[in-house]
Design a protein around this ligand. Structure first.
Ligand SMILES: [Zn+2]
Length: 67
């Protein structure tokens, strides 16, 4: 007999997108829609990562003259 008011010992995390209770089918999201929303957000953030610029002022040949 399962009691709907009392969740099992299984860990249930809130949906990262809308903070609703996640479902076992779409874990850790509450629905496939939220999963896609989170995925889209993740991809968008991935493209916005700042590119590390190389320091062009660093000249390896300069070290030889410093000797
Ligand atoms: Zn959700």
């Amino acid at each position: 007999m399962s009691n709907p008011d009392q969740p099992s010992s299984r860990r249930m995390r809130p949906c990262p997108t809308c903070s609703k209770l996640s479902t076992e089918e779409n874990y850790p999201f509450c629905s496939t829609r939220c999963a896609q929303v989170d995925l889209h957000r993740w991809l968008s953030e991935g493209y916005s990562i700042p590119v590390v610029e190389t320091d062009e002022s660093e000249d390896p040949d300069l070290d030889e003259f410093r000797d």
